[in-house]
Design a protein around this ligand. Structure first.
Ligand SMILES: Cc1cc2nc3c(=O)[nH]c(=O)nc-3n(C[C@H](O)[C@H](O)[C@H](O)COP(=O)(O)O)c2cc1C
Length: 305
């Protein structure tokens, strides 16, 4: 997660039994990423991953440089997202790195399997960030993915507690990926205003922006988002990224670091409506596991007895 997934969060998640992931592009240069990987390695002896996102950007990041930093840093898991990662797979996989590719449709997941990705993360329509353009929620997307895929996959989008874990496993996933839920944890190094905004939000408080640009993003509603939506309604298919650039580009540091909650659009999942506290990552993961065990042993056991 851009300007959220720093070493502090990744290490806390891995130390608590999950797989923490550092956001590569939040680091301005490959050498900054190398430092961030070293910081994370100093905070955990557990495995952690790095996310490499390929989205439409104003200037192309130095992907080969970031990949060298990942390999040299000894990272063994990379989450790719945004577009087909095929051109980068040989270098990453020959360094012994496993690839989890994030997909928002079954056809993209199958393509990822075909090009040799080791696993996929399937993001439903409810997810924070970029849900793609098909609008298929996880209740349908996950069982469809399970019907088609041979490689393992995790359910992403709307995952928050033991109920989501058991549901995701029932629908055929092998685990869950959480974005928005992890922002509202003690260790996440973002401004307290961001965590408070998530805790205060209901499931009605996210919006979809940039639809006509085919770069749809689910974000928390705020005054900047309302401005974007007004421009989108007025310009329709004539909307250009330049029309909304002030609201979407370079806004993350102001929001995440300085807590200026109306500085621009920031990704957030509908799951904000189910987040009411700010636990540590360990408390959160332990709670998810014990809730899941309780659901399986009590509620589901009652069904078959
Ligand atoms: C603030 C924020 C920033 C994100 N940034 C990225 C990103 O840079 N790259 C990426 O692949 N996904 C990004 N995501 C998506 C998450 O990695 C994850 O797929 C998504 O949050 C899952 O949905 P959930 O929020 O309902 O858990 C971001 C999500 C949030 C909430």
């Amino acid at each position: 997660m851009h300007y959220v997934s720093f070493a502090e969060l990744a290490a806390a998640v891995s130390n608590a039994g999950g797989l923490g992931i550092i956001s590569a592009l939040t680091q301005k240069t490959p050498s900054d990423l190398a430092e961030e990987i070293a910081r994370c390695s100093a905070m955990t002896d557990k495995p952690f991953g790095v996310n490499l996102t390929f989205l439409p950007m104003l200037s192309l990041p130095d992907y080969p440089g970031y990949i060298n930093a990942i390999i040299d840093g000894g990272v063994k898991i990379v989450e790719t997202a945004g577009r087909n990662p095929q051109e980068y797979l040989p270098k990453l996989q020959s360094a012994g790195i496993k690839i989890i590719h994030k997909c928002t449709s079954v056809r993209h997941a199958l393509k990822a399997e075909k090009i040799g990705c080791d696993a996929v993360s399937v993001d439903g329509f409810e997810c924070g960030g970029h849900p793609g353009e098909d609008d298929i929620p996880n209740m349908i997307l996950l069982p469809r993915a399970a019907e088609e895929l041979k490689i393992p996959f995790v359910a992403s989008g709307g995952m928050v507690d033991g109920r989501s874990l058991v549901a995701a496993l029932s629908l055929g996933a092998d685990g869950i990926n959480m974005g928005t839920r992890f922002i509202a944890t003690k260790e996440t190094p973002v401004h307290e205003n961001v965590k408070k905004a998530i805790v205060d939000a209901s499931e009605l408080d996210t919006r979809l922006i940039m639809r006509t640009l085919r770069n749809t993003e689910r974000v928390m509603n705020n005054s900047a988002v309302e401005r974007i939506l007004k421009k989108e309604a007025a310009l329709g298919v004539n909307l250009k990224i330049e029309n909304i650039i002030n609201e979407v580009a370079g806004v993350y540091p102001k929001i995440m670091m300085e807590g200026e909650m109306d500085a621009g659009a920031w990704s957030c999942g509908m799951v904000a409506g189910l987040i009411q506290d700010i636990p540590t990552c360990r408390e959160l993961i332990n709670r998810i596991i014990s809730e899941a065990e309780k659901i399986i042993n009590d509620r589901l056991q009652r069904m078959i007895s």
